[in-house]
Design a protein around this ligand. Structure first.
Ligand SMILES: [Cu+2]
Length: 287
């Protein structure tokens, strides 16, 4: 047997030996999201605990593992669960649950969403991030689940009413369901790092608008781009992000400091027409 082939067999066998099976349960639940002006709107989210979370769960899994994913639909409407390139559950009727086994054979970022009533159920909060990590990748990761809210749409859509996409005029803008300044208290989003130590940020646009994240202080390297794979390798300070697109950005800070990051689509830095209660946060880099 050729040596290379034998090595491949041994490596494959080892990775199977180390494969872990994990049970993941996500519950679809309606609830209220608190906006930057203190008001609330109806949202529906995928929750990985029994309590309601304002933003759908971040799912970080390991390459080679096997996930038994159970989706429980605790809403009064039918929903689904879909992640392009990974899995699709079809319809999960109200009050029902569906289990699927997913073999994690490709590392990378996948956007998951409810593909029923597109794009509105996804807009209402039923969308999130799956990151399948290669265990050899020890880089610290941060995650930005980016979306907008048109506050007068949520009660209509939640009540199964109809809105016109061409009238979309969002008034609140969130990262992981948070806004400035609260966003800086979210350890999943807030980059805290050190000079000379690489970190990566996964950005997923789960909204319906184009965003453009602008970094002060550093240039970041595009390490993955779902919409424009040819842009991978570019080093710059502003990264457009189309609806349902994802990016992975890498940075090895060359200096200490606290530097702002904000959406260059400046309306998205506001919340309820108030500046700067939207997509604005800082990178905090220690020497
Ligand atoms: Cu700026």
């Amino acid at each position: 047997m050729p040596k290379l082939y034998l090595t491949f067999l041994i490596v494959t066998a080892c990775s199977f030996l180390h494969a872990t099976t994990i049970d993941v349960r996500l519950v679809i639940k309606p609830g209220l999201l608190t906006l930057s002006n203190g008001g609330t709107v109806e949202v529906i989210t995928y929750n990985n605990t029994d309590s309601f979370s304002e933003n759908s769960a971040l799912l970080v899994w390991e390459l080679g593992d096997v996930v038994n994913l159970k989706i429980v639909n605790n809403d009064t409407q039918n929903h689904g669960f879909n992640a392009d390139g990974l899995t699709s559950f079809g319809i999960i009727p109200a009050g029902d649950s569906v289990i699927q086994t997913i073999n994690l054979s490709n590392a990378g970022v996948f956007r998951y969403n409810d593909n029923v009533n597109p794009p509105f159920n996804s807009y209402l909060g039923l969308s999130g991030i799956i990151h399948i990590k290669d265990p050899s990748d020890t880089t610290p990761y941060f995650y930005w689940d980016i979306r907008e809210i048109q506050s007068n749409w949520n009660p209509i859509l939640y009540g199964s009413g109809i809105v016109n996409l061409t009238d979309y005029d969002p008034d609140f803008f969130t990262i992981n369901g948070n806004h400035n300044p609260n966003i800086n208290l979210d350890p999943i989003a807030k980059v805290i790092g050190n000079v000379g130590v690489e970190f990566k940020i996964v950005l997923v646009n789960n909204g319906l608008s184009i965003h453009s994240m602008h970094f002060h202080g550093y240039h970041l390297l595009s390490a993955a781009d779902s919409k424009h794979p040819a842009f991978v390798g570019r080093e710059k300070d502003t990264f457009p992000l189309y609806p349902h697109e994802h990016l992975i950005l890498s940075c090895t800070p060359d200096k200490p400091g606290e530097y702002p990051v904000h959406d260059h689509n400046l309306v998205a830095v506001t919340g309820g027409q108030e500046y700067a209660t939207g997509m604005f946060l800082t990178l905090l880099i220690a020497p």
